[in-house]
Design a protein around this ligand. Structure first.
Ligand SMILES: [Zn+2]
Ligand SMILES: [Zn+2]
Length: 350
């Protein structure tokens, strides 16, 4: 009836054995208010590695990874009036729980207290098809490649949300630790926001070089002993207004925190199980520092980014480092894990 095939290929991760394999599984059917999307491409993200390494236990014992995707609408469920088969869409990487206080009050995806994360709480998009609530979709204009739209759904939208969390304003001094998928886009977004100066930090020379090309004013090696002094010098001794940590390791968070100036804000975007050392409590009080964790983005952020890319304000064409067939999911994971080719985003294409 829906015109969908009965089966599809999908990468499946078994949390108990930590095995990732590409298998033939049933194509999901759209429930009420849901849409089935034919996946055009899906990114491989560091948070996928965190799950594959066993640091996060998925809600399902066997789950399809991948939470950064775009494609075309293949089938719509009952009660879906806005979307039709063939529509080009980018898919938000989370869905509302439907039962929390905010959801009961009609808050939905942007305010849900227990937002379910695609590929962690329900099946993701390293697959030919994906089922998702209609409210998680944003339309993509014909001239924006779906591979670029896919990257927006986390690697660009999460830093875009983090810029909002930081309350970043023009002429503020910004440091960005970690120049992978998130940090590289933060450099571009900080530039759009008018931050100045923008200091990019990463141990990899190629990543630093790339950041300079995308709008960073300075690029430093965080492992260089002289880096704290250089940060002070760049900001004329005032320190940074905003530090974004996209690494999540204890050492980088500590360095980012120490580089903050008066009323400095540290925004934690990267993820790891590391313990944090934020130094003496009185530094936070006397220097009015704040530290805040950031995860995800709002639907408006995703549509903002489609607008910025569609109008040529934001160029993410360089963000698609490689596109591999879905069957080579494990090879894509290896390349990201080993920084092989210094990827911003490796995408899987079913
Ligand atoms: Zn991600
Ligand atoms: Zn909820």
């Amino acid at each position: 009836m829906s015109g969908l095939p009965a089966t599809m290929r999908a990468a499946r991760f078994d949390a108990a054995s930590k095995k990732l394999s590409v298998e033939t599984v049933p194509v999901p059917a759209p429930g009420r208010g849901e849409v089935v999307v034919k996946v055009a491409a899906c990114g491989i993200c560091h948070s996928d590695l965190t799950q594959l390494d066993g640091h996060f236990t998925p809600k399902l014992p066997v789950i399809t990874p991948g939470h950064e995707t775009a494609g075309t609408v293949a089938a719509v469920g009952e009660g879906v009036s806005f979307w039709s088969p063939g529509d080009r869409v980018v898919v938000a990487a989370g869905r509302p729980c439907g039962t929390c206080r905010e959801c009961r009050h009609g808050g939905g995806i942007d305010s849900c207290e227990k937002l379910e994360i695609m590929a962690f709480d329900y099946d993701g998009a390293w697959a030919e098809y994906l089922v998702t609530p209609a409210m998680t979709l944003v339309g993509v204009p014909e001239h924006v490649p779906l591979e670029q739209a896919a990257v927006l759904a986390d690697a660009v939208s999460t830093p875009y949300g983090a810029v909002g969390t930081a309350g970043l304003r023009p002429a503020e001094a910004v440091g960005i630790w970690g120049l992978g998928g998130l940090g590289t886009h933060l450099v571009q977004l900080a530039r759009i926001c008018g931050a100045s100066p923008i200091v990019a930090l990463d141990p990899l020379p190629a990543a630093r070089e790339r950041a300079l090309g995308l709008g960073a004013d300075f690029a430093l090696d965080p492992l260089d002993e002289a880096t704290p002094d250089k940060l002070a010098e760049i900001t004329a001794g005032h320190g940074l207004d905003v530090a974004f940590d996209c690494v999540g390791r204890g050492a980088s968070v500590t360095q980012a925190d120490r580089a903050l100036g008066h009323r400095g804000r540290l925004v934690l975007v990267g993820m790891s199980p590391d313990q944090l050392d934020l130094g003496a409590e009185l530094n936070f009080v006397r220097r009015r520092h704040s530290v805040v964790g950031h995860l995800g983005y709002r639907m408006k952020h995703l549509s903002d980014l489609v607008e910025l890319v569609a109008r040529g304000r934001l160029d993410v064409s360089g963000s698609v480092s490689a596109i591999l067939p879905l069957e080579e999911a494990a090879e894509g994971v290896r390349r990201l894990r080993e920084h092989d080719g210094d990827p911003i985003r490796i995408l899987l294409r079913p």
